[in-house]
Design a binder for this molecule. Sequence first.
Ligand SMILES: [Zn+2]
Length: 531
Amino acid sequence: MIKSLLLLLLSACLVCGQTKISPEREAAIKADLVGRIDRMAKQSQVMVDSVFSFAELGFQEFETSKYLTAILEKEGFKIERGIAGIPTAWMATWGSGKPVIALGSDIDCIPQASQKPGVAYRVPMLDGAPGHGEGHNSGMPMNIVAALAVKEIMEREKLPGTIKLWPGVGEEQLGTKAYYVRAGVFKDVDAVLFAHVSSDFNVSAGPGGQNGMVSVEYQFKGESAHAAGAPWRGRSALDAVELMNVGWNFRREHLRLAQRSHYVITNGGDQPNVVPQNASVWYFFREADYEHVMDLWKIGDQMAQGAALMTNTTFTSRVLGTAWAGHFSQPIAEAMHANIKKVGYPAWSETDKNFAVALQKELKVPVTGLNDQITELRLPAARLPGDREIGPTGGGSDDIGDISWNVPTVTLRYPANIQAGPGHSWANAIAMATPIAHQGVVAGAKAQAMTLLDLITKPELVTAAWDYFKNVQTKDTKYQTFLRPDDQPALWLNKKIMDEYRPRMKETYYNPDKFGTYLEQLGISYPTVRK
Ligand SMILES: [Zn+2]
């Protein structure tokens, strides 16, 4: 048994060609990494503030991608732009040989979340404009800092291995990661270290507690007529949209607790005196797993058919986004959690704490200040009897799920935000260009860098990750994409909004040559709280 294990480890090393180092050497290198990353704090702040000021919606992250790839290119990374046919998506690669470790994080922002950073109440930078109301401005800067620090070590120690960096584009639409998978972007990748902003410093193993999702836009077609002069000659596509929604909302009572479904009317017609010949509604169907998401989608199609029948209209539908519920690698999560414990939370200042408390009071949520206690690794929850009937009562989704079912993946949650906002809101943007975000990103980069180093220097970790992936995670569940062969990325989304606001947003892009921080450029004293 031991002999076969040894053989397995040995052959794994031979195959992957990874380099092993002693525990003492590892501790010294990790201490070195911490020092390097601390010295990169300024560079990190500039990146966090810059991307915050670009504030670009999904599929329109042109400024952000241009900026981040320029930095990586200067550092010797080879950039492949437009991956999976998505103009703002890219893959940056440095190094050679195995293992290949890919670091990812999302870069898009939230509609109408424009908010002055450092101000603990609602003040938009530009009314109606998008803003980083989820903190996606911080993830790729964090990954870049981690990657650059590890790259220096790899050069010095002559360690083989390849580092890749890639952005989650259009994550708020769950719009691209399934396309990355379909395009084979992760084919040669041994592990993915994903990262998401949080108020917590943690990582989880096993099912991530997210829902799977498919988002579908139903486009109805009727016949226009003078709404007063000859209404009997018209057939209203808007009527079909409304009846579909009424039908869905009645059916909602009889769906499993795990489902989350929501919609917006993307086209409600032009003006009241013209019977709308075109109208459309965009649904998110979320459920615990592939089969149940497909069930919801089928019900949605039935509702659309019913509505078309009632209104004598026709409809087509198109997929705008998809996501599998994530499942995260236990071996890598354990390694990352050990690193998180080594790093610990930033030493928050009294100013930071006061700012957090002011925001929590403003939003009337529990006044807990800033997190500073590392909690235990979140392991897969034990299933309760009857769970199968009721299902989990899941919430949101992240299309990292699709990648996690193709390559061993974890999501680092790093503490760069305040526990206060409801998510997808201006309130979640408030801390994202302040010292809270700056320090949280530095802490996150250390944990990310240490885990990247672990994967590069411990072949047994990569082997264990694939063992878990093959023999635990995918033992009974096989990935199949929600995408139909003809589905294409929804590249047109958000273009109109960005065209409207970008010219004025450009006036407030961060200029790091002139100002120490973005707060300084905006003339905001930190923290600004209600008297
Ligand atoms: Zn997010």
